[in-house]
Design a protein. Structure first.
Ligand SMILES: [Cu+2]
Length: 145
C-alpha cells in the first residue's frame, strides 16, 4: 500500500531520538573527568586510603577535600560519598573482578578497571553511578560547598 512507501521516505524517528539523546548526554556531562595515570595502580602502592591515616602534605589535603571509593565484594564502599566541589575522588578496585564507574546520566565512564587499578576524577557536580559489568553495584557522589 502507499502507506508503506510514505513511511520509508521519512527519516526513522528512532534514529533521530538516539542522536538527540547522545548529543544531550555529551553536552550535559556534569563532571570533568581527569584520568590520572591508570597504569600506576598495581600492588606496589602502599596507600593510606583507609581514611584514618592520611598521608602527608598535598596528598593529605586532597584526601581531606576528596575521598576514596573502594570496590570490593561486588560493591562500592562507601556507597554514598560527599566531597567538596572540585575535589578529587579516587575509585580503587580492590576486588577480584573488573569493574567500571559509569555515571547514570553520562559524563563519567572509567572504562574497565581491572583488579588493582584506580580511576581518579575531579568532581564538579554530584552524580549517581553504577558498574556497567555488574549493574547491581551502585553508588553516589554528592558535592558540598
Ligand atoms: Cu563491577
Amino acid at each position: 500500500m502507499s502507506h508503506a512507501a510514505e513511511d520509508r521516505a521519512r527519516p526513522n524517528p528512532v534514529w533521530l531520538l538516539v542522536v538527540v539523546v547522545m548529543v544531550g548526554l555529551a553536552l550535559a556531562g556534569p563532571v570533568i573527568m581527569v584520568r590520572d595515570q591508570l597504569a600506576d595502580a598495581p600492588a606496589a602502592a602502599p596507600t593510606a586510603a583507609e581514611g584514618a591515616q592520611p598521608a602527608e602534605g598535598a596528598a593529605a589535603e586532597a584526601a581531606a577535600a576528596g575521598g576514596t571509593v573502594k570496590m570490593a565484594g561486588l560493591a562500592f564502599a562507601p556507597e554514598a560519598l560527599s566531597v567538596a566541589r572540585g575535589a578529587t575522588v579516587v575509585f580503587d578496585n580492590d576486588d577480584t573482578a573488573p569493574h567500571t564507574v559509569t555515571a547514570r546520566s553520562g559524563g563519567v565512564d572509567s572504562g574497565v578497571l581491572d583488579p588493582g587499578r584506580q580511576f581518579s576524577l575531579v568532581v564538579s557536580d554530584g552524580f549517581d553511578y553504577f558498574c556497567s559489568i555488574h549493574p547491581s553495584m551502585t553508588g553516589k557522589i554528592a558535592v558540598t560547598g
